[in-house]
Design a protein around this ligand. Structure first.
Ligand code: DC
Length: 439
């Protein structure tokens, strides 16, 4: 699959124009999926098909040929070889497309076509379900939003410039209706994907929005290019072991001087490690707390870290030296999961921040179930860790290891999800207690 930027958002949020500007600037092929649903609608209208006649609709879908072609900076939409770019924006299509795009068979066919379009080219695709259904693993997911009043104002001005007669109130009413339909569709409803970056464009100019997304695309492109390096493992040879030992001594010394690190409950790791591997679960206060856990541990600790950190050269070097397992956040990164399970089965020690992000508890973020899932699956214990301190220069940092938690009680067939939630809660409760060090 090529590089995929997925953009969703309600009508009038600016997705269309922003997508076509970005496509030009970033050399991506823009795909307006709304135009595809409009083509199907036009074909249905032209063939006089009733929306309850599924046989005929299926026939249309089986024979449909939709092409989105770039011609002199304009996008031309071709339906079965004919240029229908204008006709698909006319009222008969406008009125029927919400119903047509709610038909399951239509959606299945469009999703299939959309996925095919990204097989051999880099795309920027906009619609309603691109980040959630079509490409849940897109390289970049954006949700563009704006207040309904602002979106109606934009659409009203657009209509005026095209000499389309309407009042602002009519456009606003129409926009609210469209939002209702888009958000409450049984399939392919407009939703914000968990890991989508939400950009509220209400008070932003088009230029500002383009600039923001351009920056994000550049960053993701860089990560994609570096992926082979980020994911490659460095063989554990003598040279690597010597470099690792030296780096550990140097960093330990620096942490002792600059952050006056004090380790408490070291023996709990020994207890956990009696029967092999285990998972260390600390709270996450700062970018550099993971390094402290690794360099102050006698055992080899492999952290699981978001894979885009590897775009930074020195960090990538450190990550590969300490065999960090890169993981794509919020997506089903099966490759990373396999690596983690394999490491645990080989009795290695893994470390993961259940908060998912720095100070996740303070930000009221829901803790992630990944550690609980892996511990339950492999039968390995979890060692909760409370890190307290600010990592301000010369202030004190405590790393407080708690008693290992046996996760076997959570292995309940048929209740996997609930058990993981409960196990995660127990881990988080322990972490909170352990951050409370009597100083
Ligand atoms: O973005 P637009 O107004 O051209 O979309 C036309 C219709 O298609 C609109 O009713 C929403 C629907 N649509 C959809 O259901 N899923 C998409 N991915 C894109 C558009």
């Amino acid at each position: 699959m090529g590089f995929v930027v997925a953009i969703d958002g309600p009508a009038g949020s600016g997705k269309g124009s922003i997508t076509s500007i970005l496509a030009k600037k970033m050399k991506l092929n823009s795909i307006d999926t709304g135009a595809m649903y409009r083509c199907v609608t036009l074909a249905i209208i032209r063939n006089n098909i009733d929306l309850s006649d599924m046989e005929k609709i299926k026939e249309v879908l089986d024979n449909i040929d939709i092409k989105l072609i770039k011609e002199n900076d304009n996008q031309i939409v071709k339906l079965n070889g004919e240029d229908v770019s204008k006709e698909i924006r006319d009222n008969p299509v406008n009125n029927l497309v919400p119903m047509v795009s709610s038909i399951k068979e239509v959606r299945t066919k469009m999703v299939e076509l959309q996925r095919k379009m990204a097989e051999s080219q880099d795309v920027i695709m906009e619609g309603r379900d691109i980040t959630t259904v079509v490409f849940p693993n897109a390289d970049l997911k954006i949700y563009l939003d704006a207040d309904v009043e602002e979106r109606a104002k934009r659409r009203y001005n657009q209509n005026k410039s095209k000499n389309i007669e309407c009042t602002y109130e009519q456009v606003l009413e129409e926009m609210k209706k469209r939002d209702e339909i888009d958000k409450n569709k049984e399939i392919g409803a407009l939703k914000i994907a968990d890991d989508a970056i939400v950009i509220d464009t209400t008070n932003l100019t088009q230029k500002q929005v383009v600039k923001k997304i351009k920056k994000l695309i550049k960053r993701e492109k860089q990560v994609k290019k570096l992926e082979p390096k980020i994911y490659s493992e460095r063989p554990d040879n003598t040279r690597k072991r010597v470099v690792k030992a030296i780096v550990k001594v140097v960093l330990r010394g620096m942490y002792k001087i600059f952050y006056r690190v004090e380790i408490i409950g070291e023996e709990n790791k020994e207890k956990a490690g009696k029967n092999g591997g285990f998972i260390i679960c600390p709270n996450h206060v700062n970018y550099i707390d993971a390094v402290a856990i690794v360099v102050f541990s006698k055992e080899k600790v492999r952290f699981i870290a978001k894979h885009d950190l590897g775009r930074i050269g020195p960090l990538r070097w450190l990550e590969r030296l300490f065999d960090v397992i890169p993981i794509k956040r919020n997506t089903q990164d099966l490759e990373a999961m396999k690596r983690c399970l394999k490491a645990l089965k080989n009795n290695e020690v893994l470390a993961i921040f259940p908060e998912g992000t720095r100070n996740g508890m303070e930000k009221n973020e829901k803790a992630k179930n990944g550690a609980a899932f892996m511990a339950i699956k492999t039968g390995k214990p979890v060692v909760p860790v409370g890190i307290s301190g600010t990592f301000k220069l010369f202030s004190k940092v405590y790393i407080n290891y708690g008693e290992p938690i046996d996760m076997s009680k959570y292995k309940i067939k048929g209740k996997e999800k609930e058990s993981q939630e409960q196990a995660t809660k127990e881990i988080m409760d322990n972490i909170v207690m352990l951050t409370n060090v009597k100083k």
